[in-house]
Design a protein around this ligand. Structure first.
Ligand code: HEM
Length: 522
C-alpha cells in the first residue's frame, strides 16, 4: 500500500511537468528488471496491449536501437514521462530538449552511480562529479588536445597498413573483421598516447571468441589487453608531465584535488576503454556497411582516389588530406554511419533542481527534481522530421526499416545546404559524441582515427561479402546461379546487421560476418 501511495505521488509530480505521462511498473534503476526482462518480455506480450504499450517499448533497454524513434511515434510525443513506483523517468528524442538538459549542468548531473563498474582500476572521469571530475578533465584534456592530431593520423595509417598486411597474409577472406577493428583502435590509442607499438598477436586468440554465450566478452578482452600494456610505466613523457604537474602542491591547491595513483590508473583505463570500444565498433559497422552497400563503397573509393590518388602514404597530412577527406564524402560516410549505427544509444542525466526546458516546437515544460532523464540519441537521429527515411529504407525481404538501407551519405550535402551555419547541425540535432560539459574528449581524435583507417583500407582494397557454406551448398543443390548466391548472401548480411546487433553499454555486432578484402589496382 505504501508503494502505491508513493507511486501515485510520483504520477502527480509527473503530470505537473506538462509532458505526456505514462505509468510504468518498472524503473530503469530496478536491477531485477534489467536482469529479467529478456525472459519476461515473451510473457508480457500475452497481456493486453493497453497494459504494456505505454511503458514496455522504452523499458526494453537493450533493444532501443532496434526500435529507434518508433515508441515515441506510438505514444504521440517526442518527450515521454514514465512514472514508476521507484521514481519518474523522462525519455527524450527531441534534440532541442536533449540539448537543454545536457547543457544545464546546474540542474542536471550525470548519475555516476550507474557506472561504478568503470571503477575497476580506480576512480575516473566517467564515475566522478563536481570538483573531482573537473580536476580530472583538466588534467586529461591537454594530453589529448589538437597537438595529438598528427600523431593519431599517422598511427591510424600505419596501423591500417600493418593490420591489412597481417589480415590478408593467409588469404583474402577475413573471418573476424569486427574483432580486428576493435583491436586496431586500441592499437592506435596505445601508439598515439602511450607510445606502445603492440603486436597484433591477440587477433589469433581474441578472448571474446572463446567466451560462453552471455558473457561480457568486450570487457574481458579489454582486461586482458590492459594487463599486457603495463599502463603506468608506458605513459609517454608529455602525458606524464601534464599529470604530474597537476599533482604538485600549488596545482593541488588550485584544483582543490591531488591526482593519486589510483585515479591516474582509473583514467588511463577508462581512456583506453572508452576510446577503443566506441571507435572500434563504429569501424566494425562501417566495414560491414561498405561490404553490403557496394554503391557507397564505389563512391567512397572515387572520392579517396580524387583526393589521394598517386600521393605517397607518407605525404598524407592531418591538416591537408585528413581535413579534405573529413569535409568531403569520406566525412559524410562517417557521419551517416554514426547516425544510423550510433554506438552510444542514450545518455542519462539526473535532475537535481527543478528545471525548465522547451521542445523543438517551442512548448515549455518543467522537469521535476529527481527525474531520471534518458536522452535517446538513437531515436533523435532517426527523428522523422529531421532525418526522414529515404525511399529505399525498407528491406524488401521483411518490409521493415533497415538502417543500412537508409544509409545515405548524400543527405549531408542537402542538409548542410538548408542551414545558415553548417556547424549548427552538429550542435543541435546531431551529437554522437555527446553534448554539454561532459561531451566526448576524444571527438577529434576518434574521427581522425576512423577516417585514417578508412582512407588506407579503401584506397588499397575493396570489401565484399563472403557466401556462407549453407548458401553455397543450397546453390549447388538447386543449380542456382552466382547472382542468386550474391543476393542471398546480401539478404543474410542485412538480417544479421539488425538481428545480431546487441545493445549493452554500446551497440555492437554479436556475431562475426566473414568478408573478403580484394586488393585494388593502385
Ligand atoms: C566513435 C568514437 C566515439 C564516440 C561515438 C564517443 C562517444 C562519447 C559520448 C557520447 C560521450 C559522453 C557520455 C556522457 O555524456 O555521458 C563520451 C565521453 C567520453 N569519451 Fe568518447 N566517444 C568516441 C571516441 C572516444 C575516444 C577515441 C576517446 C579517447 C581517446 C574518448 C574519450 C572519452 C572520454 C574521456 C569521455 C568522458 C568525458 C567526461 O565525462 O568528461 N572517446 N564519448
Amino acid at each position: 500500500a505504501k508503494k502505491l501511495v508513493t507511486w501515485s505521488n510520483h504520477v502527480r509530480t509527473a503530470r505537473s511537468s506538462g509532458f505526456v505521462v505514462r505509468k510504468s511498473p518498472v524503473h530503469l534503476g530496478d536491477l531485477w528488471w534489467l536482469g529479467l526482462y529478456p525472459k519476461l518480455v515473451p510473457w508480457l506480450n500475452y497481456l493486453p496491449a493497453a497494459w504494456t504499450s505505454g511503458w514496455l517499448p522504452l523499458s526494453k533497454i537493450f533493444h532501443l536501437w532496434h526500435v529507434g524513434h518508433e515508441p515515441f511515434e506510438q505514444l504521440g510525443s517526442d518527450n515521454i514521462m514514465l512514472s514508476s513506483p521507484n521514481g519518474n523517468m523522462l525519455w527524450s528524442s527531441d534534440p532541442e530538449t536533449i540539448n537543454q538538459i545536457a547543457n544545464q549542468a546546474k540542474h542536471f548531473r550525470k548519475p555516476v552511480e550507474y557506472f561504478s563498474f568503470f571503477d575497476t582500476y580506480g576512480p575516473n572521469m566517467q564515475t566522478s562529479l563536481g570538483d573531482d571530475w573537473k580536476a580530472q578533465r583538466k588534467m586529461v584534456a591537454p594530453a589529448i588536445g589538437s597537438h595529438s592530431n598528427a600523431a593519431m593520423w599517422q598511427s591510424s595509417l600505419r596501423q591500417a597498413e600493418r593490420l591489412t598486411a597481417l589480415m590478408t597474409a593467409e588469404g583474402p577472406v577475413i573471418s573476424h573483421m569486427k574483432d580486428h577493428m576493435s583491436e586496431i583502435s586500441l592499437h592506435c590509442i596505445a601508439q598515439c598516447f602511450f607510445n606502445k607499438d603492440l603486436e597484433y598477436e591477440t587477433i589469433k586468440d581474441f578472448p571474446s571468441r572463446a567466451l560462453p554465450e552471455g558473457r561480457f566478452g568486450f570487457v574481458e578482452a579489454m582486461f586482458t589487453t590492459i594487463d599486457k600494456l603495463g599502463i603506468i610505466d608506458s605513459i609517454p613523457k608529455s602525458l606524464r608531465d601534464t599529470l604530474i604537474a597537476s599533482t604538485r602542491p600549488e596545482s593541488a591547491i588550485r584544483n582543490g584535488k591531488v591526482l593519486d595513483r589510483e585515479t591516474l590508473t582509473g583514467n588511463v583505463f577508462f581512456f583506453l576503454l572508452s576510446g577503443h570500444g566506441t571507435a572500434g565498433n563504429t569501424l566494425g559497422f562501417l566495414m560491414f556497411l561498405l561490404a553490403i552497400r557496394q554503391d557507397v563503397q564505389a563512391d567512397l573509393q572515387a572520392h579517396l582516389d580524387a583526393e589521394l590518388g598517386g600521393k605517397p602514404l607518407d605525404t598524407w597530412s592531418v591538416t591537408g588530406e585528413f581535413m579534405r577527406l573529413y569535409n568531403g564524402y569520406t566525412g559524410a560516410v562517417l557521419k551517416e554511419a554514426m547516425r544510423v549505427y550510433n554506438v552510444v544509444e542514450f545518455i542519462p542525466r539526473r535532475c537535481t533542481a527543478e528545471a525548465s526546458v522547451t521542445d523543438l516546437d517551442g512548448n515549455r515544460f518543467t522537469i521535476p527534481r529527481d527525474t531520471l532523464c534518458l536522452l535517446n540519441f538513437t531515436a533523435a537521429f532517426r527523428h522523422p522530421s529531421i532525418w526522414p527515411a529515404g525511399p529505399t529504407a525498407n528491406n524488401p525481404a521483411t518490409g521493415k526499416y533497415h538502417p543500412m538501407l537508409d544509409f545515405d551519405p548524400n543527405r549531408w550535402n542537402s542538409f548542410a545546404d538548408k542551414i545558415t551555419k553548417p556547424s549548427e547541425v552538429g550542435l543541435r540535432t546531431y551529437f554522437p559524441f555527446g553534448l554539454g560539459g561532459r561531451a566526448c574528449l576524444g571527438k577529434s581524435l576518434g574521427s581522425i582515427m576512423i577516417v585514417g583507417v578508412l582512407a588506407y583500407i579503401f584506397t588499397h582494397f575493396s570489401i565484399e561479402l563472403v557466401p556462407s557454406h549453407a548458401v553455397k551448398e543450397e546453390a549447388a543443390r538447386t543449380g542456382a546461379d552466382e547472382k542468386w548466391v550474391k543476393e542471398r548472401t546480401r539478404e543474410q548480411a542485412l538480417r544479421m546487421l539488425v538481428d545480431e546487433v546487441e545493445c549493452n553499454l554500446l551497440i555492437e555486432l554479436r556475431k562475426e560476418l566473414p568478408v573478403r578484402l580484394v586488393p585494388r589496382k593502385v
